[in-house]
Design a protein around this ligand. Structure first.
Ligand code: BGC
Length: 916
């Protein structure tokens, strides 16, 4: 009933074609839009998927109709746009080319495709709705209260009572057609109509640099209005607007609200309710303090029953001030809001000291605890949150630094149990200390609410090896726990920032598990907005922390993630949109830090590599550290390579050539400077020092085997088959080892249970991924148990190499797929699926005696190269028949250990001889 539609509706529509009912389906019609810097939603892009129970479905053309009414669409009148018959196999991101739809209008559309299996019927209709696309569409004013109240703390660890806003309004005596609410409340809002919560989002809107952009949310609130008298109520919390720490963290001001309720009657007339000085406001509600680091204090005695219903006595409330706007352009929020995505119940409760209980949620999770409690008025329950426990069973809080992580609930004293959860804070925790709870707490009195950006799950991965499965599970929990409208470094201590370097290649791995397209597209905008005028890109975006250190490895994530969006989602827009800023950044780095083609500047090194002694956070051993200029220069080279590709994509051949030329010069200078003339290793021969040039294509062919040999030797010798890299090297370790011929060593590293390894973390009880390889022994000063940066390319490797599901190099969005599994010794089976933008891809293999059995699914309108593992002895079968007799399967070549075939869409069942 409380449906949110952002600026446009995404319709999941399934239809069956009439020409060949069993064989052709077009699914998942969707409309996307981007937002130009003026806040205007353009261009609109349309996508769909094709599926078929028959094999080899290829689209050859399409016709799209967009109409202004369902009737027109029904009558095949594309009065907004009729694409005509277009000869094209493209089914993603087709730009809408009709006249610009007006703000607030709904567009109805359908598509008909021609394929090699005939023409489909028209699809069922889908629709999207335009947001407020023009600045002038906003008539409302920003309102708030620019002051503090007794109990508020404005310095240091800030405390601010939530602000409650209300306004009554009367509907006209007409029949209501629809009512739409456009709202942004900074930092965070909860909105109500007549006491009913609007939407199920939490911690919204999405965080931005509010001086540049403010995101608004849109809701269809028609069903919430009733009778003639109605009321709107909004509560504002601090979020990232009223800073958690006044020193060091960016501060924007006291919370502010803007909203516009637009009501349309069936006779076409309109009524609008705007935020303005006629609204009433109070800071005297139950939320006495809120702060994302320190927690929330809720005094249920101060509740104001009925405050968002008509007729409430607000005579003691004050009039709102019209505040000066935060400065940012109002834009519809494209990325999804945060939601409660899962609920956990404690696995145990233990009393550690009289009246103090420790709950174990069984999982390091991110969100908060909902509580059920019965007691006397004024009794106070206090909750504190931690990731681990001390020996004595009490909370271990040292690694949370200055975050107070305390939620407080003061009881009303009802006859019935009271139920509460916070609104404007979140914690990263497995354990909760409950004190002051009246009576004996039981597990059913608590619920752990797991919150993160509402994203579709795209992947599933399982294998015969329990360590790989457990690490995958830990990664899954870590990734979801670090989405907060931006990818954060950690969710628990007084940091929780969008550190770029942590997500460089990790974002690609994440995309196999979650549909992170819109979140990362939004983050690229955050990064661009944080770029300084001189071109410098920060390490943290949005720049709530101001960290401009001018290294290559952190800001480089900007380009790496744009490439990821193009590869995984076939979306060229982020590249097009950010190209100039990326170039400007490279110009800036070249100008300031490039000396004879060597990029000398680096800040973090190969961050958090395993140190030589257990208590250290960072290694002190020069032999383990990778040289700054090597890191800087390899990344600089990689950026030139990416930019060259971007320039080609954007049809800028001169730029492309210039980048390629410079890359050649850098490569030559790099080899002259860092490659040892005799032993052919780079710099001081760390794994990272050899791995980066190898994976980035900087090593001349004749040296590649030797350089790779150094990586293997170092890993097996000095590190006894264990990882030796930090955040930077780990981005290529698993794929590098696999590509150059030692996938077995990659598997060994991935399944180790001794230090340092992901398996070691699991062995020590981790249910997420640690910030440090030695997270169990290192100094707590920088030691979170829920960071994802050390995952590097591990998840990419799971999908691309173990399951063998990847984009063919050069393909965008899995138009061409490469399926190449590695049935390594030690693995019996892998079952994986990935819901790509073109539909589901699946790979499930197992070793069955001497036979390799492999079930594969390929989505419609794609082509795949399948590398079928074989020892070349017996025949290869598909569906029980010799493969050469199966129509539509073409042998491409045979390689060491593989027979390579080309196949079209459909489901396949291969069997081959496999004695290994
Ligand atoms: C963060 C990291 C970040 C690093 C860089 C740490 O405090 O938690 O994730 O990348 O700083 O300095």
């Amino acid at each position: 009933m409380k449906k949110q539609f952002a600026f446009c509706l995404l319709a999941g529509i399934l239809w069956t074609a009439c020409s060949d009912k069993a064989s052709l389906e077009v699914t998942n019609l969707r409309c996307e839009s981007s937002i130009d810097p003026q806040g205007i939603d353009l261009p609109l892009r349309l996508s769909w998927n094709l599926t078929s129970s028959h094999r080899n479905l290829q689209q050859t053309g399409y016709r799209i109709l967009v109409a202004s009414s369902p009737e027109n669409l029904e009558n095949n009148r594309g009065d907004c746009w009729d694409s005509g018959e277009v000869l094209s196999d493209e089914s993603l991101h087709i730009p809408y080319q009709g006249p610009r739809p007006e703000s607030r209008s709904t567009c109805y559309w359908k598509v008909r495709v021609t394929t090699n299996r005939g023409t489909s019927a028209w699809s069922s209709p889908a629709s999207w709705r335009m947001g407020l696309t023009q600045p002038a569409d906003w008539q409302a004013q920003w309102i708030g209260l620019n002051q503090s109240f007794p109990g508020d703390v404005l310095q240091g660890k800030t405390r601010l009572s939530a602000r409650y806003f209300r306004k009554e309004f009367t509907l006209e005596d007409k029949t209501l057609r629809e009512a739409t609410l456009y709202i942004s409340g900074l930092g965070l809002y909860e909105a109500y109509i007549n006491d009913t919560r609007i939407g199920s989002q939490v911690l919204s809107p999405t965080p931005t640099d509010y001086s540049k952009t403010v995101k608004y949310n849109t809701f269809d609130v028609t069903p919430l209005l009733s009778g003639s008298n109605n009321a709107l109520g909004v509560v504002l919390g601090n979020g990232r607007f009223f800073s958690m720490r006044r020193e060091g963290v960016r501060h924007f001001g006291f919370p502010q609200l803007i909203l516009q309720l637009e009501i349309t009657y069936t006779d076409g007339s309109r009524q609008t309710l705007l935020s303005d000085s006629s609204w009433k406001v109070t800071a005297n509600g139950p939320i006495r303090a809120n702060n994302e680091f320190d927690g929330e204090t809720y005094d249920a005695r101060m509740e104001m029953p009925g405050w968002s219903r008509p007729g409430f006595d607000d005579s003691l409330w004050r009039s709102c001030e019209v505040t000066s706007p935060p400065g940012g352009t109002l834009q519809a929020q494209r990325n999804k809001n945060i939601q409660v995505m899962e609920t956990l119940t404690p696995t145990s409760i233990r009393e550690v000291t009289p009246g103090v209980h420790i709950l174990d949620m069984g999982q390091n999770m991110v969100g908060w605890l909902a509580l059920k409690v019965k007691g006397d008025k004024g009794q106070t329950v206090r909750l504190r949150f931690a990731e681990t426990l001390r020996q004595d069973g009490t909370l271990y809080l040292d690694n949370l630094r200055e975050a107070l992580v305390t939620d407080t609930y003061i009881l009303r004293g009802d006859d019935q149990p009271e139920v509460w959860e916070p609104s404007f804070t979140y914690h990263g925790f497995r354990f909760v200390e409950v004190s002051g709870y009246p009576g004996q707490p039981a597990p059913e009195d608590f619920q752990g609410k797991v919150v993160y950006d509402e994203m579709d799950l795209t992947g599933h991965f399982e294998t015969s090896d329990p360590t790989l499965n457990q690490v995958y599970r830990n990664a899954y929990w870590g990734i979801r726990g670090n989405y907060r409208g931006m990818p954060t470094d950690c969710p628990q201590r007084d940091e929780r920032m969008g550190w770029l370097g942590d997500r460089a290649v990790g974002s690609l791995g994440e995309s196999f598990i979650f549909d992170n397209h819109l979140l990362y597209a939004k983050w690229l905008d955050d990064i661009e907005q944080a770029q300084r005028e001189d071109g410098s890109i920060p390490d943290v975006a949005p720049n709530y922390w101001s960290v401009y250190t001018d290294n290559m490895t952190w800001p480089g994530a900007y380009l790496i993630m744009a490439q990821m969006l193009y590869e995984q989602y076939a979306d060229p827009e982020p590249i097009a949109r950010h190209y100039n800023s990326m170039k400007q950044w490279m110009n800036y780095m070249r100008e300031h830090y490039l000396v004879e083609h060597i990029l000398t500047k680096d800040t973090y090194g190969d961050w958090c590599m395993p140190p030589e002694s257990p208590e250290l956070i960072h290694s002190q051993d020069p032999g383990r550290k990778t040289e700054a200029a090597l890191l800087g220069t390899t990344f600089y080279y990689r950026m030139l390579y990416l930019l060259e590709g971007f320039a080609r994509l954007l049809d800028k051949p001169d730029d492309a050539q210039a980048f390629a030329r410079e890359a050649e010069e850098v490569k030559n200078a790099f080899n002259a400077r860092f490659l040892h003339p005799e032993t052919r290793h780079y710099s001081n021969n760390t794994v990272t020092a050899n791995l980066l040039p190898l994976c980035y294509g900087m090593v001349n062919e004749e040296d590649q085997a030797t350089v790779f040999g150094h990586i293997v030797e170092k890993t097996l010798g000095e590190f006894n088959g264990h990882v030796s890299t930090g955040l930077v090297g780990i981005q290529w370790l698993m794929r590098g080892l696999t590509q150059y011929g030692r996938p077995d060593l990659a598997l060994q590293i991935a399944t180790n249970r001794t230090y340092p390894s992901w398996g070691y973390m699991a062995e020590k009880g981790a249910t997420t991924i640690w910030e440090l390889w030695n997270g169990d022994t290192a100094d707590p000063a920088m030691n979170s148990a829920n960071h994802v940066m050390l995952l590097g390319d591990l998840i990419v490797w799971y999908y691309e190499n173990l399951a063998g599901i990847r984009n063919k190099p050069g393909s965008a969005g899995f138009k061409q797929i490469e399926l190449k599994p590695y049935p390594l010794s030690g693995l019996e089976w892998v079952t994986a699926s990935y819901h790509s933008v073109r539909g589901p891809i699946a790979s499930a293999w197992k070793k069955d005696g001497g036979v390799f059995r492999w079930e594969v699914t390929i989505p419609g309108n794609t082509i795949a190269r399948v590398y079928i593992p074989t020892d070349g002895k017996g025949p290869i079968m598909e569906g029980g028949a010799p493969i050469h007799s199966v129509p539509g399967i073409r042998l491409v070549e045979t390689q060491a250990g593989y027979a390579v075939y080309e196949i079209g869409s459909g489901e396949y069942d291969f069997a081959s001889d496999w004695a290994m």
